[in-house]
Design a binder for this molecule. Structure first.
Ligand code: DSN
Length: 422
């Protein structure tokens, strides 16, 4: 399939917008996309999210809606729920949250009152805004207490987590985050949550696809609630799900609707159902294993080139690099790599002396490149490009960046992206 993809109605009605979509297709096709929370969805997922399901209001749940005409919508939502339950082995699934932040807000609404103490990993340590960080509503409306990682190992300090939980007695403890390169020990968090009387929420947004594909341990049966987006390693549309034991089903459903949201985005629910179907296929297990294998080899290749990796490497899809020893700030490196056709994001590293908008680190990951079919044999080249790109960033060498961009585009042309190819 040649790019841009045909969008005949859009091109006829709004050529200006169609041109932007076409340019984005081109950009996604010719660059090496390494933001660990991004991916490529299949044509099937894209098609499902662009259907007339868009036209329907469906406040409520299947069989209990506030609008008529739900004959098909109920089936769509029930299908998505059944597939989520089967794939993750959970008793209850709510597929209506609009995205990860609303999903997490619904959890607070279900289990805490304003002013209650809640606990999660601090954002600069690898947590998420919605895990009680100060600038987020969750840190303003609740009393957020935050744990981190050890400075010497970059790993969760469970003694600190336990001590804090027993001292502060939070209503809710979140585990998981956005910049965690290591396996999450759900059992250890569950023990602490039990001891301190908290509800344990596993936010597995980053690793949901790895869990579904058997490449990361499951939070079932340790966590009371599992929160996830659907568009990262799970390779679905931009959306979210909350899963739990049956005992929490009512509280969660009530919190999502009518507690927090209005009508579910039915076109997204349909696309989630498709993604869950895809994730249940044997090929998805190979995909998940390859994401991790690629990340591990890439980490080794980067270490061999003198990069400092938080925690010394990775167990999953994500690598967090501290560029301090390279004398290049994370933002400078990320912007230069972008010009070189390698799309990453600048990121704080634990105990970062620099500011979040100008931090020391860069966060990279392998979900997207693995979706295109790149394997461990390509990771030396990827590490080389990153190494040359970071050096060029430090030296202000635009020619070197342009040369990398051409090499990247050449390889990408050989590995068409799902959704952008036939
Ligand atoms: N924005 C997501 C990420 O990049 O990890 C988290 O919400």
């Amino acid at each position: 399939m040649t790019l841009p993809l045909p969008h005949p109605a859009l091109s006829a009605t709004d050529p200006e917008l169609a041109a932007l979509v076409g340019a984005e297709e081109q950009l996604q096709a010719e660059t090496l996309r390494m933001i660990p929370s991004e991916n490529y969805v299949s044509r099937a997922v894209l098609e499902a999210s662009g259907t007339v399901l868009q036209n329907k209001y469906s406040e409520g749940y299947a069989g209990r809606r506030y609008y008529e005409g739900q004959q098909n919508i109920d089936q769509v939502e029930l299908l998505a729920i059944a597939r989520a339950k089967a794939l993750f082995g959970v008793e209850h699934a709510n597929v209506q949250p609009y995205s990860g932040s609303p999903a997490n807000l619904a959890v607070y609404l279900a289990f805490a009152e304003p002013g209650d103490t809640v606990m999660g990993m601090a954002l600069p340590m690898g947590g998420h805004l919605t895990h009680g960080w100060g600038v987020s509503a969750t840190g303003r409306w609740f009393r957020g207490v935050q744990y981190g990682v050890r400075q010497d190992t970059g790993l969760t300090d469970f003694d600190e987590v336990r001590e804090l939980a027993l001292k502060e007695r939070p209503k809710v403890i979140f585990c998981g985050g956005t910049a965690l390169p290591r396996t999450i020990d759900f059992a250890a968090f569950a023990e602490i949550a039990r001891e301190s009387g908290a509800v344990l929420v596993a936010d597995v947004a980053h690793i949901a696809g790895l869990i579904a594909g058997g490449a990361h341990p499951s939070p079932v049966p340790h966590a009371d609630v599992i929160s996830t987006t659907t568009h990262k390693t799970l390779r679905g549309p931009r959306g979210a799900m909350l899963m739990s034991r049956e005992e929490h089903a009512k509280a969660i459903d009530k919190a999502v609707f009518p507690g927090l949201q209005g009508g579910p985005h039915n076109q997204t629910t349909a696309a989630i159902a498709v993604a869950l179907h895809e994730a249940a296929q044997p090929s998805f297990r190979s995909y998940a294993a390859s994401v991790v294998a690629n990340a591990k080899v890439l980490a080794e290749e980067l270490l061999a080139r003198g990069f400092d990796l938080v925690s010394g490497g990775t167990d999953n899809h994500l690598i967090l690099m501290d560029l301090t020893p390279k004398n290049v700030p994370g933002k400078v490196a990320a912007k230069a790599l972008d010009r070189a056709g390698i799309v990453v994001n600048y990121n704080t590293v634990p105990y970062d002396p620099r500011k979040p908008f100008d931090p020391s680190g860069v966060r990279i990951g392998t979900p997207s490149l693995t979706s295109r079919g790149l394997g461990t044999e390509h990771m030396a080249a990827v590490a080389d490009w990153i190494d040359r790109g970071v050096s060029a960033a430090g030296a202000g060498d635009e020619e070197a960046l342009a040369a990398i961009r051409a090499e990247v585009a050449e390889l990408m042309a050989e590995y068409p992206a799902p959704g952008l190819s036939a």
